[in-house]
Design a protein around this ligand. Structure first.
Ligand code: HAM
Length: 426
């Protein structure tokens, strides 16, 4: 016998009980996005590999080792399953000239793919909500995004998510800083691990967020990027901080926060929960004013963030408030010759009137059907036997109340069922 085929490692099924939490989460997030005036955009899951190489950066974990890429031999194209949404969103904005009549506030949702080592909170297929504001350059929009996130955590009833904030200046400011940082790293090369040594010349800023204590020690003695910021970058950051203070948003400045994607400039931030173990970052983002030009568009300022659904839903579940799901209004069962057709069409009449009706399938005794009705959580059972068919009726039984079963006429079933359901629920 051949072995069972299982899901691909790091790619999860979301079973119905779990999916109830997802739907509660999605409904809350989408109502929140609407309140802030963001519009939905949907991009393909597959893009040209070159898009991510240019946008995310050649020397990043994602591009170096985490992308699901392949050559489509039919067209001779190099393609990749999207590891994130920002690059696709900007590609779409350029391709369709979305900014022709002004800035755009957009959101997208869906699966992203990264070939990481799976562990709790880290998967190879995971889901994000992404928010991007394209064409806006002031710190007010950075502040809008951060304040928005704080509001969402409140809407979701999640406490204990803290904000880390940093500014990484402009590309020119970083280039000057980079030169001095590399000098410092070179002088301390004997205390760097293999990863840091490799990154030292290719992407030295990434050495700043190394988790290795010995490397962190070297980083602690390194010059700080803040010392290299020009007037405009400083003013932008100060503007953001003033708005956050006005909104009463608490944060810590983490000068080592540089993020894992290379398109950022100025503002970067992450929201972190300590309740999730090693994978505690539930949301991250920042400004990326260079990205439009980098992937071939006209220069346009932009800023955004994305949150990890799996991580936020894990936090929601810890809160133990199971989301309310709508139980069926009726479980419809039938027993006896010729009753099934009668029940089958009756179910459609009630559904047509808006009721949630689960019709028993698969036969079985009356008793076993009643057990299924009970297990379904329905408010009522609707019973069709030979007598009901003969008299043009249907019997109603309340499932959560001890009251005698009674009959209603099929000719007036919609009105009579409305009345029955109300009684069953009160
Ligand atoms: P990111 O920091 O790579 O940013 O991902 C955002 C969030 O997605 C993370 O904070 C985390 O919650 C979740 N996430 C990332 N990788 C995984 C994984 N393997 N398993 C589970 N969850 C994961 C971006 O993707 C940027 N596009 C955000 C952005 C939008 N910046 C500007 N606009």
């Amino acid at each position: 016998m051949s072995a069972n085929i299982q899901a691909v490692r790091g790619m999860n099924d979301i079973l119905p009980d779990e999916a109830a939490w997802w739907r509660h989460f999605e409904a809350t997030v989408e109502a929140w996005l609407e309140r802030y005036g963001y519009r939905n955009i949907r991009m393909p899951l597959v893009e040209h590999t070159q898009l991510f190489r240019r946008a995310i950066g050649e020397v990043t974990d994602i591009v170096e080792k985490e992308m699901y890429s392949w050559r489509d031999e039919l067209n001779g194209e190099d393609l990749t399953l999207r590891p994130e949404g920002t690059a696709s969103c900007v590609r779409a904005a350029i391709e369709h000239n979305l900014l022709y009549d002004g800035p755009k506030r957009l959101w997208y949702a869906g699966a992203m793919y990264r070939h990481e080592r799976p562990q709790k909170g880290r998967y190879r297929q995971f889901h994000q909500y992404g928010v991007e504001a394209l064409g806006l350059e002031g710190p007010d929009i950075d502040a809008e995004h951060i304040v928005m996130c704080a509001a969402l955590w409140r809407d979701l009833g999640l406490g204990g998510i803290r904000l880390e904030l940093n500014t990484i200046g402009s590309a020119e400011e970083r280039a000057r800083y980079r030169a001095d940082l590399v000098r410092h790293l070179e002088a301390n090369v004997d205390r760097l691990d293999a990863d840091a040594r490799r990154r030292m010349h290719t992407n030295p800023l990434r050495v700043l967020d190394s988790k290795n204590p010995m490397v962190q020690d070297v980083v602690a003695g390194a010059p700080a990027l803040t010392g290299y910021l020009g007037q405009e970058s400083k003013a932008h950051f100060e503007g953001l901080r003033r708005l956050l203070a006005a909104a009463g948003v608490q944060y810590t400045i983490n000068p080592r926060l540089v993020r894992g994607l290379d398109y950022y400039n100025r503002t970067v931030f992450e929201w972190i929960s300590d309740a999730l173990g090693a994978q505690g970052t539930v949301c991250g983002g920042g400004r990326y004013d260079g990205l439009f030009a980098q992937i071939g568009g006209k220069t346009a300022p932009a800023t955004g963030f994305a949150m990890g659904n799996e991580r936020l839903i894990a936090l929601l579940r810890d809160g133990e408030r199971a989301p309310a799901t709508r139980p069926p209004d009726a479980y419809l069962l039938s027993h006896g010759d010729g009753t099934h057709e009668y029940a089958f069409t009756l179910a459609e009449v009630l559904r047509g009137a808006g009721y949630a009706i689960v019709q028993h399938a698969g036969g079985g005794s009356f008793k076993s059907q009643m057990k299924k009705a009970d297990a379904s959580g329905a408010w009522t059972a609707l019973i069709v036997g030979a007598d009901e068919v003969r008299d043009g009726d249907v019997s109603v039984k309340f499932m959560r109340k001890a009251e005698p079963q009674y009959r209603i006429a099929r000719a007036h079933v919609v009105a009579a069922f409305a009345d029955a359901l109300q009684k069953a629920r009160t």
